[in-house]
Design a protein around this ligand. Structure first.
Ligand code: SF4
Ligand code: MG
Length: 331
């Protein structure tokens, strides 16, 4: 399938300004060399603890914040250095759904106006054609025609997220970036919205970049999952492989923290995450995970493990999974 989004060596460092920490040589290293690609009709999930940089990846891909390094390609076009005005034609390909629809939807606009707005701004459709398309889109996401004139506060949380999704669809995007898009919803509503995401994907060939801290959501929705730790991808693979056979010690720890309903699942391999996530201002030398890794050796402190290709669809950044480095660890 066609590549709709590619990110190469993406970096976002925030300088620290003000207060006693005002130092030009210090920066919060939120995203530290992240690369991935997304194909038409595919869902790539990004998981990791809060502060791992997954939201910053979303915001940077959307150009809501400028990257400090690396490149972003939308439909093969390099959009990294484009200005707001130059971004306009590319905006249509790349849309976002946020966690809280109450704050992402204008409270003074009706559902119909909210969904029509992107069409007006981009001049794609107007008048009767626009109204017809808005009703179609809202119908697609399960909002009744009778509710077109209602305001956000008159809808439930789940319905508001449906409206936000209809709005994201208004310009026929190829990619929708979802940052914790179901996290604020009740579990039963979450399932409905996840099913809606799946239906829309099948219908429209959408690709999703889906950020969630909820691993059950990821397992249900994603084709591939990238695991982030301190601004870096430590493992990326097909979802079934990640969940059945996590390879990076951090992925194993992250998955062990989820109670599995499957009684056959081997719980003896549980890994407990101890210690704090190190500061993204001064990450550890070598492997960023070494301060919390039970397998860490001196070699891990000296040499950062590269994200190594292990198979056609999997990469892992850990010396244990590199035969040569493994020798050095033991030796
Ligand atoms: Fe642990 Fe070393 Fe692998 Fe890092 S490289 S995850 S410290 S074993
Ligand atoms: Mg976040």
């Amino acid at each position: 399938a066609q590549e709709v989004l590619r990110v190469e060596d993406l970096e976002k460092h925030y300088p620290i300004r003000g207060g006693f920490l005002s130092r030009t040589d210090l920066a919060i290293q939120a995203v530290n060399g992240v690369s991935f690609s997304l194909r038409r009709g595919e869902t790539l999930g990004i998981v990791g603890e809060s502060g791992c940089g997954k939201s910053t990846v979303c915001r940077t891909v959307m150009k809501l914040t400028e990257p400090t390094g690396g490149r972003i390609f939308s439909m093969g076009h390099d959009i990294t250095d484009l200005t707001r005005a130059q971004m306009r034609p590319h905006r249509r390909n790349l849309q976002m759904v946020f966690q809280d629809p109450m704050s992402s939807l204008n409270p003074r606009m009706t559902a119909e106006e909210i969904v029509a707005e992107p069409m007006q701004v981009h001049g794609t459709l107007r008048g009767a054609a626009a109204r017809k398309r808005v009703a179609e889109l809202l119908g697609k996401v399960g909002i009744a025609r009778a509710s077109l004139g209602k305001y956000p506060h008159e809808f439930s949380g789940g319905q508001r997220q449906r409206i936000a999704i209809a709005r994201a669809l208004a310009l026929d995007p190829s990619v929708i970036v979802c940052d914790e898009a179901v996290s604020a919803l009740d579990v039963s509503i979450q399932a409905q919205i996840l099913n809606l995401f799946k239906e829309l994907q099948q219908d429209l060939g959408l690709a999703y970049l889906f950020i969630s801290h909820d691993l059950a959501v990821m397992e249900y929705l994603c084709d591939r999952v990238a695991v982030m730790y301190l601004g870096r991808i430590v493992e990326i693979a097909e979802v079934a492989r990640i969940f059945s056979e996590p390879k990076h010690p951090y992925t194993r720890a992250l998955l062990s923290s989820v109670p599995r309903p499957d009684p056959d699942h081997d719980r003896s391999g549980r890994v407990v995450l101890t210690g704090e996530v190190p500061s993204p201002i001064r990450p550890p030398s070598g492997c960023y995970f070494r301060t919390r890794c039970a397998h860490a050796t001196a070699h891990c402190a000296e040499v950062p493990p590269p994200l190594r290709t292990m198979g056609p669809k999997e990469k892992v950044a850990c010396h244990l999974h590199d035969p040569e480095a493994r020798q050095k660890m033991l030796g």
